[in-house]
Design a binder for this molecule. Structure first.
Ligand code: NAD
Ligand code: DAU
Length: 373
């Protein structure tokens, strides 16, 4: 194909990556989209069934830590843009096995950077028209305090009640978990490649995503599936931790905008000003699943089971994404109520997708993970 641009998306078989691949493949038929994924436990080609035969789409199974292979692929497909999402992404796994996170998230990112550097510097035009876009997380900023005043009604998402304390692009990095430490380290390498070699880079730090195709070890899909099967819902600690939730398609839209219009060497925070205490969002999920399954709304509240807290559990994340709105005009398109309704419906209507993942090997992993809590 004689493509206008050739873009490598790493981790495209994962949750967010599959939404980014889908958006780029369908929106830009004149781009070649190469999805590079190792297909770890979190990678699933079923996430991309609807576009797998598109003429501008290629899938390559490869490990970002395989330097020689990455170098070959960049040249073979004449890659001019990289959107890097491949990572180990689950905090609980990083607590059990930090080495895998250092390998993939730190070394893998460095290998990708070095391979891109060598390839792009070998071309007559050098870095002109090239971009290395690194997808990072709000967790690199550490944790915020809970400033919610006493007596405020629960079950609300308004960020105002939590005060004016947010993660901004200027917030100092203070990662706490092995996962966030590995992501912070990869961010530093990306900035170093810009500052040292002049590679055109951009980094975005996004808050918690939710939506279709999320691996069911993460809070929302795990709980939807457990409610359906009337299994206990393991709430860490007192359920008071706060997360800032964004519908995954809105994240993909932001990535598209920043890839095309973002300023080189900049950082942009992405978030929906949509903070929820875990226990409040869990109650919303229970009520929504119950209603959509024709049960009495709230009848599954007794599945809530408080368990030992996550080690080093960050209290609150909250992203200030006003820079992205001010400079590039991005805003989330979906209200939370609509997003969560769509999400719950999707999981309930795609039980085969879920069963495929939750049977067999994963079932054993999940049992081991929770046995000791
Ligand atoms: P995910 O775990 O669902 O998917 C990760 C993908 O990367 C999988 O397809 C996996 O097979 C692939 N992968 C892992 N190791 C690889 C390797 N060595 N080589 C090639 N491919 C490999 O993750 P996600 O939730 O979609 O997150 C994607 C990115 O977005 C990550 O970098 C994560 O840090 C970041 N992020 C996630 C969230 C969130 O809420 N999920 C929020 C902000 C940022
Ligand atoms: O903030 C962005 C990050 O969001 C991403 O960088 C990570 O890749 C992504 O996994 C997510 O991290 P969290 O740790 O916030 O997500 P998780 O879904 O694991 O947990 C959300 C909250 O719910 C957290 O406070 C822990 C809690 N929790 C989670 C699980 C899986 C529970 O109480 N019980 C559970 O069983």
């Amino acid at each position: 194909m004689n493509a206008k641009r050739s873009i490598l998306i790493t981790g495209g078989a994962g949750f967010i990556g599959s939404h980014v691949v889908r958006l780029f493949v369908t929106k830009y038929p004149d781009y070649l989209i190469v999805n590079l994924d190792k297909l770890t436990y979190a990678g699933n080609l079923a996430n991309l069934k609807d576009i797998e035969n598109a003429p501008n789409y290629r899938f390559v199974r490869a490990d970002i830590c395989d330097f020689d292979r990455i170098r070959e692929l960049l040249a073979e497909y004449r890659i001019d843009g990289i959107i890097h999402l491949a990572a180990e992404s689950h905090v609980d796994r990083s607590i059990k096995d930090p080495f895998t996170f250092a390998r993939t998230n730190v070394m893998g990112t460095l290998i990708l950077l070095q391979a891109a550097k060598l390839y792009w510097e070998s071309l007559p035009e050098g870095y002109d028209g090239k971009l290395f876009y690194h997808i990072s997380t709000d967790e690199v900023y550490g944790a915020l305090e809970l400033t919610k005043p006493e007596g405020v009604k629960s079950d609300i998402s308004a960020h105002e009640v939590y005060g004016d304390d947010f993660f901004r692009e200027t917030t100092k990095y203070t990662p706490h978990s092995p996962y966030s430490a590995s992501k912070a380290s990869s961010d530093h390498f990306v900035r170093a490649f810009h500052d040292t070699y002049g590679m055109p880079t951009v980094i975005t730090n996004c808050s918690n995503n939710y939506g279709p195709y999320q691996f069911p070890e993460k809070l929302i899909p795990l709980f939807i599936n457990n409610i359906r099967h009337r299994k206990p819902l393991p709430v860490y600690g007192k359920g008071e931790n706060v997360r800032d939730w964004l519908y995954v398609v809105d994240h993909a839209r932001a990535i598209d905008l920043i890839f095309h219009k973002g300023k080189v060497a900049e950082t942009y925070n992405i978030g929906g000003f949509n903070e929820w205490k875990n226990i409040d969002i869990i109650k919303v999920v229970i009520r929504t699943v119950d209603r959509l399954l024709g049960r009495t709304e709230g009848e599954d509240m007794d599945l809530i089971t408080y368990v030992t807290d996550r080690a080093g559990h960050d209290l609150r994340y909250a992203i200030d994404s006003t820079k992205l709105k001010r400079e590039l005009g991005w805003e989330p398109s979906l209200q939370f109520e609509e997003g969560i309704e769509k999400t719950v419906k999707w999981y309930l209507e795609n039980q085969a997708w879920m069963d495929n993942i939750t049977s067999g090997e994963y079932e054993k992993y999940y049992e081991d993970m929770y046995k000791n809590r």
